[in-house]
Design a protein around this ligand. Sequence first.
Ligand SMILES: Cc1cc2nc3c(=O)[nH]c(=O)nc-3n(C[C@H](O)[C@H](O)[C@H](O)COP(=O)(O)OP(=O)(O)OC[C@H]3O[C@@H](n4cnc5c(N)ncnc54)[C@H](O)[C@@H]3O)c2cc1C
Ligand code: FES
Ligand code: FES
Length: 1352
Amino acid sequence: MGSKDELNDYEYQHLVFYVNGKRIDEPNIDPRTTLAAYLRDNLKLTGTKIGCNEGGCGACAIMISDLDPVTNQIRHYSSNACLTPVCAIFGKAITTAEGIGTVVQKKLHPIQERLAIAHGSQCGFCTPGFVMAMYSLLRNNPKPTEKEVDEALQGNLCRCTGYRPILEAYYTFCENGMGKIKEENGCAMGENCCKNKKSGDKKTQNVDPNQNKKLTSFETCKPYDPTQELIFPPELKLKNFHKKSFVLSNKGLAWYQPTSLEELLRLKRKYPHARIISGNSELAIELKFRFIDLSLTINPKQITEMREHKIDKNGIYLGMGLSLTEMKNILNKYIDELPEHQTAVFRSVCAMLHYFAGIHVRNMASVAGNIATASPISDLNPIWMACGAKVHLLSEERGERVVLIDENFFVAYRRTIIQPDEILLGIHIPFTTKTQHFRAYKQSQRREDDIAIVTAAIMADIDPKTHVINDLKISLGGMAPTTKLALKTMKDLKGKKWDKLLLEDVLIKLQDEFKLPPGVPGGMPRYRQALTLSFFFKFFVFVSNELHIAGYDHSGIDQPVGEPQLEHFTSTQIYHDVPSDQPAHDPVGRPIMHQSGEKHVTGEALYSCDLQYPDMLYMAFVVSPVAAGTIDYVDITEALELPGVVSYIDHNDIPGDKRISHGQTPVFAIDEVFYHCHPIGAIIAKDHETARRGAYLVKVNITPKVPIVTIDQAIKENAYLNPDGYHVHSSLAIEKDNKIPENDWSKYSKVVSGIARMGGQEHFYLETNNCIAIPGEDQEMEIISSTQAINDAQLDVCSVLGVPQHKVSVKVRRIGGGFGGKESVCGLFAAAASIGAYKLRKPIKFVLERFDDMAISGTRHPFYYEYKVALDENNKLLDAEITSYSNGGYTMELSKGVMERCITHIDNVYKFQNADFHGYVCKTNCASNTAFRGFGGPQGMFCTEIVMKHLAEDLDIDVDELRWNNMYEEGDFTPFGMHLYSCNIRRCWTECIEMSDYHNRKKQIEEFNKNSRYRKRGIYLMPTKFGIGFGFKQLNQAGALVHVYTDGTVLVSHGGMEMGQGLHTKMLQIAARCLDIPIELVHIQDTATDKVPNASPTAASVGSDMNGLAVQNACQKLMERLKPFKEANPKGTWKNWVMAAYVNRISLSATGFGIIHSEPVNFMDGKGAELYGYCVYGACCAEVEVDCLSGDHHVKRIDIVMDIGDSLNPAVDIGQIEGAFVQGYGLFTMEEIRIRPDGTRLTRGPGNYKIPSADDAPRHFNVKVLKGSSNKSAIFSSKAVGEPPLFLGATVFFAIREAIKNYREEHGHSGYFRMDSPATPERIRMLCEDSIVSKIPDLPDPSTYTPWVVDL
Ligand SMILES: Cc1cc2nc3c(=O)[nH]c(=O)nc-3n(C[C@H](O)[C@H](O)[C@H](O)COP(=O)(O)OP(=O)(O)OC[C@H]3O[C@@H](n4cnc5c(N)ncnc54)[C@H](O)[C@@H]3O)c2cc1C
Ligand code: FES
Ligand code: FES
């Protein structure tokens, strides 16, 4: 820490900056505080959301404006506020979503307005981040291209919408945008579009004039006017803040921001262990996970010498103070200006930077940070090594040295030759010569914003005449603890000729030089080896093409699929207008905006994590470091000594029951831990960060036990949560009809049998679980929670506190996505917070960090199946015997219901003459797995679709014919005994075929594949059926409370939670219709146990069905009471009648109640029943392109037809269809939960768990709501929509499989092949068997090594 004199040398010792035009002067702040925390906690600007706190989701995106210290020009750029230290914004201006528009003043920015009217928000938690990402783009570029919009959104994730409406809203700002999108977006019907038909055309007469093809028109939106933006604060410019030095010293922590190189070097000499913070995208992560020492930090970004760039005769020199974005811009300028042959490395750097993190990270992060961190999977270091880049290192003592980045630079895992007193000043990137060829490659789990699995950069200097190799450099990342040069291979090849023989030689040599052991850290040993060879192969083909060597199909081989530019985006949303005689003020059936849409886009929508109360304390869990063991002791001494820590709680502090969830789940581990990150206790402190630090300091000593982690282990150990299993026997279901086919497998001639697996899925709602517990008088406790199961949270709090239910109230205003992950598990968090609040008599806020949330809250259940299925001579499904095993985790929780739904959906849409379905829930040392959209249904249907494919391929039957031949028909009944009425699956199927132009496109794809060797396309059709209702009968009930006030306004309360699915919006529509009043008169505030008791979880897709009935029921009662007043004054208004009722002392408050049908199946003996109220049907057609060399894929087009009855709100419902589809697409392709064999959970954040990004959204996305389907079983003939479309995401999985199949066949591998879900790049590549894969040795016997991760 510097002396007073040293600090006084700095021009500013207070942190001065602007936020939304307001000056902030902060004298006293912990320099480790992030901008996101400061905005939210200190300035109460909660529009900046925290979704991950590690730069991976974009919910915290804000815009920074400052002056360039070299050019003095104003710059605007987006940044992740969660990675940006608040001190780093000294002298800068911050803009947040609240700063550009507000609902309160009825002033939305065009970016906000268009996103809202496009229905671009559902839960709204990601929305302010998207707004700010787009805002930052427009501030620099008011007329961007679609590509620029795509790039601007690279760092933002949305888990709800499926991205279509967001893209559609933001493309309107493009050159050809605003209103034009409507015409440009082709109709899914293609040439058959009604617009293209002449009058008199026979088909035109069938076109329904009520059919709409777009949910949104932007024609009335106000134009974007850049002159109306907030100006850069004059003070910052006039006083040259960008050239001022700044220091902030607080309680032994200091932040230095020198403006001269001399001062930087002096500091680094004096404090060699001070950390230089450039973009903070590495250090923030280290601080977060390992609490590294950041007591002294130096920000060099204002130093002009570090921002220089200059061209010399050999290449370009770039100062290390430049951000990656600035570097890319400079390189792009020279790419345009210089001869092409000189800039091959520049082009590779720019291409690589497109896939390097997201744009918000790139705007802040530096090359210096990337080099100094020396990550083995750095994207850029292989390029520097292969091209011969040099770094300029500078120290006060020894001056400057220029060092080649070669095999000696990275000395060990995350270590370089840079000395502690040295700084990275600049980098020199050489030009390429005419004879040099250069390319860089990266493969990751998700195409964009993902760290690499393997990276490669290759440079070949080849004599163009003789094709002799003068020089060759192959550099690889992800194949060793450091970035490596393939020194041996390179040496052997020098002087050889570039030809086919050389290719074989290199592949063998590379394979030999980069062998990975089977249990290599990071896993995927065979894939990583295959990738190195594939990358070289790609390079070989690319160079051969440049050298005009014939015989290699070059088409697109060296570009990622979907590139160089994503196709122009198109979409249609086909739905039907309300009947022409429906009154204008009746909102039912109209695509009205989400009730909170405008508040989402301005950041004014409040979530429980946004609230603060006086005297509030914060909590963080102390968790188990191992998956199984007995607790020896817990030492809290060090934690309690940390300033700001107030208390520690564990099971000893629980006044009531120590277990929640009906006695299953201990709130805190008692003597034993059962999974990695099992909560043991909790630290309570003055703020969130201190609580986390305190929890980190608690020492837990555990004697470990051998855990059971996988389904395979559980089967072996006979470890089940339901040892007797659950069963469905169709023979019992059809007993009455006396048509039980004889079950004798020996008589069947067409039989297939096999096994399959499907991985789990992390919910990844953007808002992590959180709650606030507020102690009241006596035993009262108020909980404000992010739960979707308010009643469960109430019961759990009551049970741990030992108080009756009427003393505990739970409230939820809205939640930032749930998808099932905030159902039963929320009770754990509410109970823990309430124990703290009870003990300390203070409000306790408990917000889970993403990595704890992911480890503790459970996931979708992974499944394993064993099947045997027979067809009869007519290819009708004759008999099936399928056993499903789920990984349930350590307690049953909701696993029973999930398994039951699996075995009641395993038929999907097919009629089995006889079927025996069994389900076992495995007991493992994993967090208890839980509900997730679809609740076991997708797992069941996935197995069936695998079976259909297996049957078709083994028995050489067209899979579509096989399906059609076996599809349910009206009145059929399922193996579990449910009759299917209004069974619309065949209609969905045929309409989907028509809409997608399936047959023609299938032929086109066959043609494409014939001519494309390494990129293959696949197209696939898939149907789905989903039963609506809770499997547990008593949950199929709901209540509502409706108040009418004397001014005529209406307040509706019901038992459902608004989590983005538009439930409140639909309830407002229902109330408005039932009361016959404009929707503007109706309001919903929150959901609370003291308004509507005993509410079922908002789950099973029945939120609207059940709560809608309850609201309707309450409204009907009120209308009944108002009837006499209406009759007495027929010309009066609603307000007149309400007032008359009040004057006559008639109650204007009514409760309502609703139930939906459910008849329980007896799953113990397989006996059937009408379990669900009705079914929802759908079909999907997916087309993909696969890079068979890398395993990458891209979704080209999706067409979905969904039967959702008479939609209550087509905008909400189509949003649900698209969102569920994309979530399902993630499930079946890229989302992979990774757990070590000892039960350690590796995937705990967006850094290593990948959900689809906007780049993954289908480029052509068409959704059609089936016309003329009504539903007697739900309100206003509607149908549930939340879960049913999710399974359609699997269509992409099967389309990918088609592409793989084509590649395999070309390489001599025919016949059925097993492909488990998800279709990750690893799985895709390794199934694309070819001469490269055959070079990779098989893994040894599993008993001989410990794999990095296991199949759950
Ligand atoms: C969400 C996310 C996504 C990411 N994606 C990628 C990716 O796709 N590919 C990839 O390669 N990396 C990725 N990273 C890692 C990281 O962004 C990069 O390594 C980045 O280049 C680090 O730069 P920085 O300026 O932010 O480093 P900082 O965090 O500021 O610093 C990192 C280290 O470098 C040192 N340092 C910084 N500047 C200097 C200097 N001038 N002289 C000496 N030492 C210095 C620091 O002291 C520190 O030790 C990602 C990180 C995040 C958070
Ligand atoms: S919260 Fe900052 S990126 Fe996720
Ligand atoms: S609306 Fe995007 S995460 Fe919910």
